[in-house]
Design a protein around this ligand. Structure first.
Ligand SMILES: Cc1cc2nc3c(=O)[nH]c(=O)nc-3n(C[C@H](O)[C@H](O)[C@H](O)COP(=O)(O)O)c2cc1C
Length: 282
């Protein structure tokens, strides 16, 4: 009668298997694959931990960068200054775009307009002819930043955005208290081609916007980026800036986004209240 087979303590555990695998000679293909996989695992862990751990710092830096841009178009930026402190000079408010009235039951500081625009619960869909800025949805509520001196409104800064040729261009349009005249413009986030559409971020071009008007006396959007250049003799010259050479499609995108945001579906109702003297409260 034959002896039963000796099985020991059973199949090797995972640790034993790993030991065996890494104990193989270096030129064994199984070890090469195992080392490569282990390296990938360790690297992906390091990257994931860094991405999650550094996210709050990244968000803080993004928020500071945006505040710096807002200060720049408001004419309040001084290099090296404490951005948070300087930003305190501005009154950050939320505006219900349909009514043009302030929304005071939410914190403007933590409001995320991009998230609001992406969420169907907090945004409205724009149909073809309405969507001249190419943004598909528009948040119901948008932030605005007001600069006052001795209680008198001096400037207002409106976040604006729209599609160019390759990308959504995010900008800040600073207007005088008349709600019509440009103080400054900044396109702080866009991915148009450097040297062509990317010239929207060129400070020299942006400087040509100063003193231009975006709407007529009765509030109709009239601004245009003109291909070839502005005819200074034209009565419309005050509503126009020179087009970017070789970048007519981006230039058209800028025209459309400005017209959209200063129009009825954008800040139009709010700007109309600004022109009437902006009674406070909602
Ligand atoms: C590689 C490449 C990148 C381009 N990038 C842009 C751009 O960022 N914005 C733009 O309006 N046109 C861009 N163009 C040019 C457009 O295709 C188009 O020709 C141009 O907008 C027409 O402008 P123009 O009438 O002023 O020449 C690019 C073309 C090429 C080949």
């Amino acid at each position: 009668m034959s002896e039963p087979a000796v099985t020991g303590s059973g199949a090797p555990g995972p640790v034993q298997r790993l030991r065996r695998l890494f104990g193989l000679p270096n030129d064994d293909p199984r070890k090469t694959v195992a080392v490569a996989l282990a390296l990938c695992l360790v690297c992906s862990l390091v990257v994931s931990v860094a991405a999650v751990g550094l996210r709050p710092l990244q968000q803080l830096n993004e928020s500071l960068a945006l505040k710096r841009e807002i200060l720049k178009v408001a004419g309040l930026y001084v290099s090296g200054q404490d951005v948070e402190q300087a930003f305190g000079r501005l009154d950050a408010r939320l505006v219900d775009l349909d009514s043009g009235r302030f929304v005071d039951d939410r914190d403007a500081g933590s409001y995320d307009m991009r998230r609001a625009a992406a969420d169907p619960a907090t945004s409205v869909a724009l149909s073809g002819p309405q969507d001249i800025a190419g943004i598909r949805r528009r948040a119901e509520i948008m932030p605005v930043y007001l600069l006052r001196e001795q209680g008198e409104l001096q400037k207002l800064i409106l976040p604006v955005y729209g599609y160019g040729l390759w990308s959504t261009m995010y900008g800040l349009l600073a207007l005088e208290a008349d709600g019509r005249t440009v103080v400054d413009i900044s396109f702080y986030d866009q991915l148009e081609t450097a040297g062509l559409g990317g010239e929207v971020a060129n400070p020299s071009w942006q400087a040509t916007w100063r003193g231009k008007r975006v709407v007529t006396d009765d509030g109709a959007p009239r601004f245009r980026v003109v291909k070839g250049g502005v005819d200074t003799a034209s009565p419309d010259a005050v509503y126009q800036v020179d087009g970017l050479s070789g970048a007519t499609l981006t230039s058209n995108g800028v025209t459309n986004l400005v017209r959209f945001w200063v129009g009825d579906l954008g800040y139009g109702p709010f700007l109309s209240r600004v022109r009437q003297g902006l009674g406070e409260g909602t």
